[in-house]
Design a protein. Structure first.
Length: 326
C-alpha cells in the first residue's frame, strides 16, 4: 500500500500517510467560521476584524503533561484544546472568531485519533460560529497540540485583570473543582465512580457566552479560572493592587457535589474547589450595587490591601497549578 492509498482510518497509522493525505482527511472535519474570508488551503487564512482590533491568545497541550492517551480520546483532546483557548478570549469580554492549530504527532499514532481531534475542535467551535482556519503539522515523539485563538471586542474596551476596585463584588460563572475531582478519579483508576466528573476533566464545559455579557454589564476585571480559584483570584488581586476575600458558603453546592468522591478517594472536596484548575469558569468583579448578569453569582468582595482570603483567613502563598513547581 502506498502512502496515499485510501483505507479505513481505523486501520491506518500517521506514518502510512503523506502530510497532504493526512490534511485531506482533517480539513473537511473543521468548521468554517462566520468571520472566515479565506479558509485553510492557502499560505494563510483571512479572518474579518470589524472592530479594527483583535484579541489573540495561545495555549498548548503536551501528551503525558496535560493529557494521557490512555484515557483521552482524540475528540477529548480537541474539545479541551478549543475550550481552554476560547475561554481566554471570552475572559477579555470578546467573542471568539477563529482558531489556528499546530499539531505535533508521532508516526505510530492512529489516523482515527487525529480525525477525532478535528471532530473535537469542531464540536466546540462550530456552534459558536468559530472557524478553525489553519495551522501547522509536524512529526515528533509525543502529541503536542498548540492552539492560537482570536476574538472580536465588538467596539468595547477589553476587560483586564487590573480593573478591580475596593467595594466591587466578586462573581463567578461556571463550576469549580469538578475537573480536579475527575482527574483524581482517573489517576486512582476508578473512573466508574462518577463518569460526569471524569467528563468534566476530559472535556470541560465553559460559560463562553458569559464573557461578552459580563463586559456589556460593566465588569471591571475578569479572567478564565484555569489554574485554580485561589491562584487565579490572586492574579486579579496583584494586577489590581487590591485584596480579594472569597466567601466559603458561596461554594457549598460545589463542595457537596464532590464529597462522595472525596470520601471514596481520601481527597478533600474543599481543596478541589479552591485549588483545582481546568474547569474554565470565569471569575469577574463588578461595581457594587450593579445587577449581576446570568450566569454569574456573587462569591466575595474586593477590599483594600493585597492577597486573597477565604472568609477572612489568608490563603496559602502557594496554591493551584504551577507548570514548574516542584
Amino acid at each position: 500500500m502506498t502512502a496515499d492509498t485510501p483505507a479505513a482510518s481505523d486501520d491506518l497509522l500517521v506514518a502510512e500517510l503523506s502530510e497532504d493525505a493526512l490534511l485531506a482527511r482533517i480539513f473537511p472535519l473543521l468548521p468554517v467560521g462566520a468571520d472566515t474570508h479565506v479558509p485553510p488551503g492557502d499560505d494563510a487564512a483571512v479572518v474579518a476584524a470589524p472592530d479594527g482590533r483583535f484579541v489573540v491568545t495561545t495555549d498548548v497541550l503536551v501528551e503525558d503533561r496535560h493529557f494521557r492517551r490512555t484515557w483521552s480520546s482524540g475528540e477529548d483532546v480537541g474539545r479541551r484544546a478549543a475550550v481552554q483557548n476560547l475561554a481566554d478570549v471570552a475572559a477579555m469580554g470578546a467573542r471568539p472568531t477563529s482558531l489556528v492549530v499546530c499539531l505535533v504527532i508521532p508516526g505510530d499514532l492512529p489516523v482515527s485519533w487525529v480525525e477525532g481531534l478535528a471532530r473535537g475542535l469542531a464540536a466546540e467551535c462550530a456552534p459558536l460560529g468559530v472557524g478553525v482556519v489553519g495551522g501547522d503539522l509536524s512529526g515528533g515523539p509525543v502529541v503536542v497540540v498548540a492552539v492560537t485563538a482570536h476574538g472580536d471586542l465588538a467596539g468595547r474596551a477589553p476587560v483586564l485583570r487590573s480593573g478591580a476596585r475596593p467595594g466591587d463584588v466578586v462573581a463567578h460563572a461556571g463550576v469549580v473543582g469538578r475537573s480536579a475531582a475527575g482527574l483524581a478519579l482517573l489517576e486512582a483508576g476508578r473512573p466508574e465512580l462518577d463518569r460526569a466528573l471524569v467528563d468534566a476533566h476530559l472535556h470541560p464545559v465553559a460559560p463562553l457566552a458569559a464573557g461578552p455579557v459580563a463586559a456589556a454589564a460593566g465588569a471591571t476585571a475578569m479572567l478564565d479560572v484555569s489554574d485554580g480559584l485561589l491562584r487565579d483570584a490572586g492574579r486579579i488581586a496583584r494586577a489590581s493592587g487590591v485584596r480579594i476575600d472569597l466567601d466559603a458558603p458561596a461554594f457549598a453546592a460545589d463542595r457537596d457535589r464532590l464529597r462522595s468522591v472525596a470520601g471514596e478517594l481520601g481527597g478533600v472536596a474543599e481543596r478541589w474547589v479552591l485549588d483545582g484548575g481546568e474547569d474554565h469558569g470565569l471569575l469577574a468583579t463588578f461595581p457594587a450595587g450593579s445587577p449581576l448578569p446570568a450566569p454569574f453569582r456573587a462569591v466575595g468582595r474586593v477590599g483594600e490591601g493585597s492577597g486573597v482570603s477565604v472568609d477572612g483567613v489568608p490563603a496559602p502563598a502557594r496554591s493551584g497549578w504551577d507548570h514548574f513547581a516542584g
